[in-house]
Design a protein around this ligand. Structure first.
Ligand SMILES: [Zn+2]
Ligand SMILES: [Zn+2]
Ligand SMILES: [Zn+2]
Ligand SMILES: [Zn+2]
Length: 567
C-alpha cells in the first residue's frame, strides 16, 4: 500500500502512515491506527503510575501497605503477598461474553471487579526490596523504579544492572554513581550526563572512555582534565582540592559552572552510540532499522517505541516499556521478558504470548480481554474455554468490535485495533506517565476523556530545615535518619533511608537538600522529550531530525560534523 495521510481522532492533526507501516499492520492482522503516533504513546502511558504512592489496606488480609491506588480510588487492591499467592488465579471473576453489549463495556466492568496488585513488579524476583515499582530482580534496593537486575541502589529510575548507585536516571551497568543522567558502563561518576565507559568523572557531559575528569564535555579517552583542559597528574589533584567537591557548596558551584560550560559545546543531533544503524529518535542505543523511537536499547525493525530499557525488541510498533527478548508487539505498555505476538496489552509478563486486550495477565497465552489473570490459556473475559471454543469466540468478538464499535465518553470510536481506552485505566491522569510528558489542567483532562484525580497534598511536620544539614558527610552527627527534613525547593519533607545513608557514606557524598521528587524532576527535566524536530545542522546546514527544537539554546550538529569535532 502507498503512504496515506490520516487525521488523528484525538488531536485532530494530520499524520502519515508509510508503506512499511502498512506492511507491519498486515503482518500483525490489525487495521491502520486512527490516533497519531504521539497521541498513541500518551494513551499507552495512561496505564503507568510509576511514582505516585499511597497507603491503603489490602482488601484480603487488611494489612496497610504502600501502593499505587489512592484511598479513594475505586479499584480493588491486594497487597503483593496476597496478589501473588496461588489461592486464586483470576478465573473466579470470569464472565460470559454478551454479544448484545459492546466488548469494551464488558471489559471495563470486569476490570472494576478484579483486584490489582499494590505495587507493579515481578514480586517473586525481589530480594530484600520492599519499595520498588515497575521492576524485577532487585536486591537490597530502595525506591528503584523502572528497574531491573540492580543491587543496592536507591532512588534510581530507568535502571538496568547497576550496583551501589543512587539518585540517577537512565543508567546501565554502572557502579558507585550518584546524580547522573544517561550513563552506561561507568564507575564512580557523579553529577554527570550521557557518559559511556567513564571512571572517576564528575560534572562531565557526553564523554567516552574518560578517567579522572571534572566539568568536561565531548571528550574521548582523556585523563586529568578540568573543563576540557588537560593537567599533569599531581597538578590535577592539587586543582581539585581547591574545588572542595566533598562539600555541598563546592558541588553546587561546580554544577553551575559545568552546566554553563557544557552549553557552549555543540551537541550531536541525537543521543545514541555508533553501534546504531539506520535509526531516528533520541537516546537510541545498539539498535538498527528503528525509527521514531525514544530511550531504547537493542531495538530492531521497530517504530514508535519508547522506554525499552533491556535489549532486545524485534518487529515492534507502538510499544512502551521493557524489551528483554520481545518480538511482534503492537500497542503494548509494559509487556516484556520473552513476550511474543501481543496486541493492545498492558502489564503482561513474563513470556506472554498471543494475548490481545489483556491487562495484568501473568504468564498468559492465548487470552483475550482478560484482567488480573495468572498463568492461563484460552481465556476470554477471565473465563476458560477449550482451544476450539476460544478461537471461535475470539473471532466473533473481533467481528462484533469491527461492525459495532464502541464510542467512548468524548466521542472517540473504539473498534477492534484501538488500544485500551482512557476509561479503562485505574489511575487519574495526573498520576500517570502521560502527565509526566504532557501535563494537563483539569479542564483539558476532562476534555480529553481522561480520568481526573487531584493528588492531595500530604501533611508534614519537618523536624529539620535543609539549611541545617552538615556541609560534608563526615560532619553528620547523631541519627539523621530520624529527622524529617524540609525540602529546599518544594513544600514536601523527606527523610534519609538507611540504604541511602550507606550509599552516601560509600561515596563520601553530602546529604541531599531537596526531596526525592524534586531530585528526580531535575534529572527528568535534563532529559530530552520524545518529540523530533526537523532543522539544519548548525555547521554544514544539512537536514537533521533532532529532539532539540529551534528555540533551544544548544548548538546542534549533524552526526558527521559532531564526529569530526570530537575525534
Ligand atoms: Zn494526535
Ligand atoms: Zn494482603
Ligand atoms: Zn521537593
Ligand atoms: Zn553537519
Amino acid at each position: 500500500m502507498k503512504s496515506e495521510t490520516k487525521n488523528c481522532q484525538n488531536c485532530k492533526k494530520d499524520f502519515t502512515i508509510e508503506t512499511e507501516d502498512f506492511n507491519f499492520y498486515e503482518k500483525m492482522k490489525v487495521p491502520a491506527p486512527t490516533f497519531c503516533p504521539y497521541c498513541r504513546m500518551l494513551r499507552r502511558m495512561l496505564f503507568g503510575n510509576t511514582s505516585k504512592f499511597y497507603k491503603r489496606p489490602c482488601e484480603k488480609c487488611k494489612k496497610v501497605v504502600i501502593c499505587l491506588y489512592a484511598e479513594d480510588n475505586p479499584s480493588k487492591m491486594y497487597c503483593n503477598d496476597c496478589w501473588w499467592k496461588d489461592d486464586w488465579d483470576g478465573t473466579e471473576y470470569g464472565v460470559d461474553y454478551d454479544p448484545s453489549k459492546p466488548f469494551f463495556e464488558q471489559f471495563i466492568e470486569l476490570r472494576k471487579r478484579t483486584p490489582f496488585v499494590a505495587l507493579e513488579s515481578l514480586y517473586p524476583s525481589l530480594v530484600n526490596t520492599k519499595y520498588t515499582n515497575n521492576s524485577s530482580y532487585q536486591r537490597d534496593c530502595f525506591m528503584t523504579i523502572y528497574a531491573d537486575y540492580d543491587e543496592h541502589c536507591a532512588y534510581t529510575q530507568m535502571s538496568y544492572m547497576n550496583k551501589d548507585c543512587m539518585d540517577c536516571y537512565r543508567l546501565r551497568k554502572s557502579e558507585l554513581c550518584y546524580e547522573c543522567v544517561g550513563i552506561a558502563n561507568c564507575f564512580n561518576c557523579k553529577w554527570s550526563e550521557e557518559l559511556d565507559t567513564c571512571v572517576n568523572s564528575f560534572f562531565c557531559q557526553s564523554c567516552y572512555g574518560c578517567i579522572d575528569c571534572i566539568g568536561c564535555v565531548n571528550l574521548i579517552n582523556k585523563r586529568h582534565c578540568i573543563l576540557n583542559k588537560e593537567y599533569g597528574k599531581a597538578e590535577y589533584y592539587e586543582k581539585i582540592k581547591e574545588l572542595n567537591l566533598d562539600t555541598y557548596e563546592g558541588q553546587q558551584q561546580m554544577k553551575k559552572m559545568s552546566e554553563e560550560f557544557w552549553l557552549k559545546a555543540p551537541k550531536r543531533e541525537y543521543h545514541g552510540n555508533s553501534l546504531n544503524k539506520n535509526v531516528t529518535g533520541e537516546y537510541v542505543y545498539l539498535s538498527k532499522n528503528t525509527k521514531d523511537s525514544f530511550l531504547v536499547v537493542g531495538a530492531e525493525d521497530c517504530r514508535f517505541t519508547q522506554l525499552l530499557s533491556i535489549k532486545d525488541a524485534k518487529d515492534c510498533y507502538d510499544y512502551t516499556g521493557w524489551g528483554d527478548r520481545s518480538s511482534l508487539l503492537y500497542e503494548c505498555y509494559i509487556v516484556g521478558q520473552g513476550a511474543y505476538n501481543n496486541k493492545f496489552c498492558s502489564e503482561c509478563w513474563p513470556e506472554a504470548r498471543d494475548l490481545e486486550y489483556c491487562y495484568y495477565c501473568i504468564q498468559g497465552k492465548d487470552c483475550f480481554g482478560c484482567v488480573n489473570l495468572k498463568r492461563k490459556q484460552y481465556c476470554i473475559l477471565n473465563k476458560e474455554y477449550s482451544k476450539e471454543e476460544y478461537f471461535k469466540l475470539k473471532e466473533k468478538i473481533i467481528k462484533d468490535m469491527k461492525e459495532k464499535p464502541w464510542t467512548n465518553k468524548v466521542g472517540h470510536i473504539y473498534a477492534y485495533g484501538e488500544f485500551l481506552p482512557p476509561e479503562f485505566s485505574p489511575y487519574g491522569y495526573a498520576e500517570t506517565m502521560a502527565s509526566d510528558y504532557n501535563p494537563l489542567q483539569k479542564t483539558e483532562t476532562e476534555k480529553g476523556g481522561y480520568n481526573f484525580y487531584e493528588i492531595k497534598k500530604k501533611d508534614y511536620s519537618p523536624t529539620l530545615d535543609n539549611k541545617m544539614l552538615p556541609n560534608t558527610f563526615l560532619e553528620i552527627q547523631g541519627s539523621i535518619e530520624k529527622e524529617i527534613i524540609q525540602c529546599s525547593t518544594c513544600d514536601r519533607a523527606y527523610n534519609i533511608h538507611y540504604i541511602e545513608m550507606e550509599l552516601l557514606r560509600k561515596m563520601n557524598q553530602s546529604l541531599p537538600h531537596s526531596c526525592p521528587t524534586c531530585r528526580h524532576e531535575r534529572r527528568f527535566n535534563r532529559t530530552n522529550k520524545p518529540v523530533l524536530y526537523s532543522r539544519k545542522c548548525m555547521k554544514c546546514n544539512t537536514d537533521i531530525k533532532t529532539p532539540y527544537s529551534l528555540e533551544r539554546p544548544e548548538i546542534v550538529y549533524c552526526e558527521k560534523c559532531y564526529q569530526a569535532l570530537v575525534y
